[in-house]
Design a protein around this ligand. Structure first.
Ligand code: AMP
Ligand code: ZN
Length: 135
């Protein structure tokens, strides 16, 4: 996709700091890391988000994310957060699917989301709704 930033990285039109590459995927350092070593794992082919990415390719991306996580731990991190933003409302800003691999080093300013409570029957109703549309 011509106008896509990450497609340009794949094509070498925009520079990136690569850490891993194979036939289907590329992993490079996020330009604005939550912590040093924050890596993005992307498919070389353009897919907008998790919903568009074929299952087999998504599986390969997950395996690469694990490989990168192992390497980041070996290079000094104490834990790893893995995340994927899908859709603008979820914080996606680059619309080429990517998995964030984020190293944790102990005391850092990175905080996770806060859990809410369900009201009354809500939990069962939400689960029922999800189950009803699962294939
Ligand atoms: P998201 O908000 O989940 O779409 O994440 C997009 C990520 O891409 C952000 O964390 C950005 O810092 C990162 N990013 C944007 N431009 C570049 C770039 N040229 N090289 C590396 N990472 C980038
Ligand atoms: Zn793209």
């Amino acid at each position: 996709m011509e106008s896509c930033l990450f497609c340009k990285i794949v094509n070498g039109e925009i520079p990136s700091t690569k850490v891993y590459e194979d036939a289907d995927t590329l992993a490079f350092l996020d330009i604005k890391p939550v912590n040093p070593g924050h890596t993005l794992v992307i498919p070389k082919k353009h897919f907008t988000n998790i919903h568009e990415t074929p299952d087999e390719l998504l599986g390969k991306m997950a395996i690469v994310a694990k490989k990168i996580s192992d390497a980041i731990l070996k290079s000094g991190a104490k834990g790893i957060n893995i995340g994927m933003n899908n859709g603008a409302i979820a914080g996606q800003s680059v619309f080429h699917a990517h998995i964030h691999v984020m190293p944790r080093y102990g005391k850092d300013s990175f905080s996770l989301w806060v859990g809410k409570e369900y009201d009354g029957n809500e939990r069962e109703e939400v689960a029922k709704k999800i189950r009803s549309v699962l294939n």
